[in-house]
Write a protein that binds this ligand. Sequence first.
Ligand code: AQP
Length: 334
Amino acid sequence: TPRVFSGIQPSGGLTLGNYLGALKRFVTTQNAGDKETIFCMVDLHAITVWQDPADLQHATRELCAGFIASGIDPEKSILFNQSQVPEHAQLAWIFNCVARMGWMQRMTQWKDKAGKNQQNASLGLFAYPALMAADILIYHATHVPVGEDQKQHLELTRDIAIKFNNDFGVDFFPVTEPVIEGAGTRVMSLRDGSKKMSKSDPSDMSRINLTDDADTIAKKIRKAKTDPEPLPDSLEGLEDRPEARNLINIYAGLSDQTAEQVIQQVAGQQFGTFKPALAELAVEKLSPISAEMTRLMQDTAEIDRILARGAERARDLAAPILKETYKIVGMVGA
Ligand code: AQP
């Protein structure tokens, strides 16, 4: 069976962007039942920027609760945190020696996150995409559902697989397919339609957190930046209106429709009408998830057991692939 892998960083709370761009699509993939699904809380990625240890623990458990509350079933899918499967870091080292500095320097996420002071960024942040390639390829995963922002990293994963295969004259690592489809793959900030919605944006008003209560969600949508024009009757009419387009996309993602279908229903509406409808939809879809997360977080020992069990299953798949990699590279004892 083909394998699907994807991960989310426990670097803060989950946003509506993570939900529509990742979690909701993971659940659809899991429930389709035609692929083996592996989902990971990538704690080793999170520490490429500073994380307070207690916050990291909390965020990892809460993220696990978020996966389950969204519909990931730890029996059907393999659900675990990255650091419990050391093969990820071991393969990442091999890939550090395959990937080139120049490839990493071109990554826009590196440039954005390191900012002006690259000399002061962690070496781990620079090497982030090699660890991400290892996350995927340690399972020989062929399909990776992600948001639009991860496209460049997935291309680099392909480059690493191809170079490894060429360098060693083998046909070992598969060339992975990014799966970037649907209305939710690029959710933008509620304050600035040109920036992605992100858990690390300093403004909490820029995002909807999965843990926000109904009033907070309604307030954030009411205050979301828009323009004064009514909604158009076609997608072309949204071309120069990024904020309006974003709200339409969010509506489409939450209601399982295409943006085209939504625009036909709301054509001509003022934001004064559309925003309350969107808020109502968001609360209807998100509050059961938030309530379930709160319930699951009351038993963190159970969450830890789920993660440990998932890690065991993941190691059974990863260990033989690492061993074979070591053999190919020429490590004695492999
Ligand atoms: N705004 C978004 N729209 C659609 N998809 C998104 N994803 C993140 N933001 C959006 C998708 O969520 C998955 C996990 O992301 P991540 O937590 O590993 O990393 P990130 O992309 O760095 O997320 P954030 O929220 O922006 O975190 P910070 O602020 O810490 O960098 C990925 O599939 C991603 O595409």
